[in-house]
Design a protein around this ligand. Sequence first.
Ligand code: PHE
Length: 340
Amino acid sequence: MVEPWEHAEVVTRLGARSGVPVTVAVHSRALGPAAGGIRFTTYPTWQDGLADALRLARGMTYKNAVAGLPYGGGKSVIAVPSSVPVTPALRSAALTDLAELIATFDGTYLGGPDIGTAPADMLFMRSFTRHVFCLPESAGGTGSSSGPTATGVLAALRAGATAVFGSPSVAGKRIVVVGMGSVGTLVAQALSAAGASVVASDIDPARAAGYEWISPADAYSEPADVLVPAAVGGVIGPGVQAPLVVGPANNQLRGDEVADQLAAAGVVWVPDFVASAGGVIYTLSRESDGLDGEAALAKVETIEDTVTAILSAATTNGTTPLAEALTLAERRLGTLALAD
Ligand code: PHE
């Protein structure tokens, strides 16, 4: 089966300095320059890295569209073979290779941090291209976007809890947080402070210190009130035992059909590209659109209203939250007529 070509532009090249493949995938520029993070991680093959970039770029198109941002969707991937150790020298060489590739896009793709990269890396890449965002505060940027991303997840969670439990309060709720990275840790702390009983999971159990721990293999099917996926994607199947799933991980579902299976099982899944938009909303609103911190955070908080509208439309129309979120995105993208 030949999949239809959905993306606007995709370039993969072998990095001249690093010898590892670097990819920029632009899914859509319908709403503006494509914006999305730079993932630096290991893959079994370079094709897996490319496939990840394609999926993640598509997710960014929907994320930015639903968030009401004037940006399209794109993503970069630096795909290190699992057998190659990532030394500091390899890191700088690969970041330089990717920065040079981003420069060739001449502002039609804007890169930011993602798994495996941080604001300091964006500053490093600035020597080669202006088209990276989310620089450290010491360099005049907005710094880590983890805080605003967590704020957005909590806003989405309030809307989800209101729809499922009749109240935004998480007090007394058993909440499984999978992935104690920069965002997962902040979400777990906030939920715990709000009276939830947090069960934390991470491939590194030390990162879940202070919480009840569960192995990642069991976490996604653990009975709980809320499941918060905050690690890698492709992990959510029909076996979820929590009535509400909402978290910052990108591309959470094993496939789009899982959205139907979850809905049929009575599980409310808040689409990842809606719940995880806090970082990109905050950072781009400030760095590109000149909003101050307060105004940018207020924009992040609107994720609560967006999720409320999506969940209520799904109930009213007998559809899924995914279908309603895609409809919202497609309306903004002007592609509704083309959608099936
Ligand atoms: N990695 C972010 C995402 O998936 C993109 C981003 C980069 C957001 C930089 C904020 C700042 O949405």
